[in-house]
Structure formats: structure tokens, C-alpha cells
Design a protein around this ligand. Structure first.
Ligand code: SAM
Length: 280
């Protein structure tokens, strides 16, 4: 049976948002995304758990910000909504929290709109279709929603998103532009895939490298960066303890941890670094 897709959805290539949704067990994906996802799982059987460990960190970092007085969020490359979305995690602790989701993939935006129509509050939640590389446009569109007060601290999230920007992209400048716009007291939350520092046998490292190569066939190639390169994205913001670490290592113990628990022995299996930092 051929699958229908809304206008603007590219079914010629697997797409990062839809592959990730498939790995997380969602329904916003098509056959081309699923066969790509299955190929990833064949190379790295833990791929689904890796996607979940990223989501568990996202929840912990959002709760950390809310507990520390920041309860409005700008989530860039937010993806298709799934379990533990940013506005839900924030609302659990602060019913007046605010969140603007940003993604360039039409499926991610359409599903976010549907979710917010049903379960959101238009005064406090919004979704914007934009390319996060265009910092002035993202900032303007996010402000125009009226959801965020751009004069007050914001939690800016780039989870599993920056690794879609290759070495030819001006990533450092993009990050500097966001850091400059954020008001004092804001937090920057980042997760990023890596094939560095892996404490694994060479044949397993090869399989992980093969996944990075596979992504070159998708709409969104993925690039590995080192811990030092990822740390640079935080600029002069003060890193919250324990700094830039493997996903399961960042303040585990607050919230759901089914996936996180699977990496206790070898956190490097998560193949992702993460960190949270505060602007003075
Ligand atoms: C792997 S998903 C991560 C979703 C979510 N942030 C999370 O960590 O669970 C990456 C998302 O980033 C989006 N994305 C990648 N590059 C982007 C760009 N330049 N502008 C906006 N969105 C982008 C993709 O469409 C996809 O939805």
C-alpha cells in the first residue's frame, strides 16, 4: 500500500526528524524512514535506547532550569513531539512555564501544532517553522509568537540538533549569535552525537562510524564532534556541574531513567555528549 504524506514532505530521502521519531516508537514516519531506522538498529542495536537517553537528559536539564528560576524555553530542532516534551516537563514544575518549538521539517511542525492545539495553551506555547541557522529570523519569529519575554532569562535548547551542521557551516558564529541575544541568567542546553572517546572494541566503533556514514544518504547528514569542540559552543557561559559529559552522566537520578540506567557500566555507549551552561 502506498503511503500518503502531507504537501512538502520529501519521501525521496529518509529524514532525521522522522527517523528519530521512528526510533522513539512514534508514528510520524514513512517506509523510507523506517527502513533507514532499521539499518541503524542493525549496526547499533542500542540506537532506540540512545534516542531515549537523549530525551531523558532533555527532561532533567529542563527541570534543572525551572528549579533554578528559568521557566521559558526556546527549543531549536525540537523534532516530532514524543514522550517528555519540553513544555510538559516544564509544566510539571511550573504551570506558568512557556515554550516555543522550532523545526524546519514540516512533519515535526505539523505534529507539534496538533499536540499544542489539543494539549497546549496558546498564550504559553507555540511552534515556529524555521531554520535555526538563521539566528535573526528565528529570534524575530520566536519573539513574534508573544510567548517568550526576550528580556527575561530563557533556556535555549539545541538537543541532538547541532550535529546536523557540518564543518562547512559557521556553527561557532551561529552559537555566538544566540549567546549574545540571550539575556543574563539564561541557560544553554546542548546534546551532540560523537564517535570520539568511545570505550568500545574496534569492531563496535566501526559500526558506529558506519551509522554516521549512513546518514550521508539522508536529508540530514550527521557530523561527529569532540568533547572540546562541543564545549566551545557554550562560549564564556558557566558550565553547570558536572560539565560536558556523556548523556547518562549528567545529574542522573532526577526523573525517568530507564534508558539512562542501561549505560551505567559504559556511558560512552550513549555516543552523545551533553551540557548545560548559564550566562552570567
Ligand atoms: C534528532 S531530532 C532531535 C529532536 C529533539 N531536539 C530531541 O533531542 O529529542 C533533530 C531535529 O533537528 C531538526 N533540524 C536539523 N537541522 C535543523 C535546522 N537547520 N533548522 C531547524 N531544525 C533542524 C530536524 O528536523 C529534527 O527534527
Amino acid at each position: 500500500m502506498s503511503e500518503q504524506a502531507p504537501e512538502g514532505v520529501d519521501l525521496e530521502h529518509p529524514n532525521a526528524a522522522r527517523i528519530y521519531d521512528y526510533l522513539l516508537g512514534g508514528t510520524a514516519n514513512w517506509a523510507i524512514d523506517r527502513s533507514f531506522g532499521d539499518l541503524i538498529v542493525k549496526h547499533v542495536p542500542l540506537a532506540r535506547t540512545i534516542a531515549r537517553v537523549n530525551r531523558e537528559f532533555l527532561g532533567r536539564s529542563v527541570r534543572y532550569c525551572v528549579r533554578n528560576g528559568v521557566s521559558q524555553f526556546l527549543d531549536l530542532g525540537s523534532g516530532v513531539p514524543t514522550v517528555g516534551n519540553v513544555h510538559e516537563a516544564a509544566d510539571e514544575l511550573d504551570e506558568s512555564s512557556r515554550c516555543v518549538y522550532v523545526d524546519r521539517e514540516p512533519v515535526a511542525v505539523a505534529h507539534s501544532e496538533l499536540l499544542l492545539e489539543e494539549h497546549g495553551d496558546p498564550a504559553r506555547h507555540a511552534v515556529v517553522r524555521a531554520d535555526f541557522r538563521d539566528v535573526p529570523a528565528v529570534w524575530r519569529q520566536a519573539a513574534e509568537t508573544g510567548v517568550l519575554d526576550t528580556e527575561r532569562p530563557i533556556g535555549l535548547i539545541l538537543c541532538a540538533a547541532l550535529h546536523f551542521l557540518g564543518p562547512a557551516e559557521p556553527v561557532e558564529q551561529i552559537m555566538a549569535a544566540y549567546r549574545e541575544r540571550l539575556p543574563s541568567g539564561s541557560y544553554l542546553i546542548i546534546t551532540h552525537g560523537t564517535k570520539e572517546e568511545l570505550r568500545l572494541p574496534p569492531e563496535q566503533i566501526e559500526k558506529i562510524s558506519a551509522v554516521f556514514e549512513l546518514y550521508e544518504q539522508s536529508d540530514n547528514p550527521v557530523y561527529s564532534r569532540s568533547r572540546a569542540e562541543i564545549t566551545k559552543f557554550f562560549g564564556d557561559f558557566a558550565l553547570v556541574e558536572p560539565g560536558v559529559v556523556w548523556l547518562p552522566e549528567w545529574r542522573p537520578g532526577d526523573g525517568p531513567a530507564q534508558a539512562t540506567a542501561k549505560f551505567t557500566e559504559n556511558p560512552s555507549l550513549s555516543t552523545g555528549f551533553c551540557g548545560v551552561a548559564r550566562k552570567a
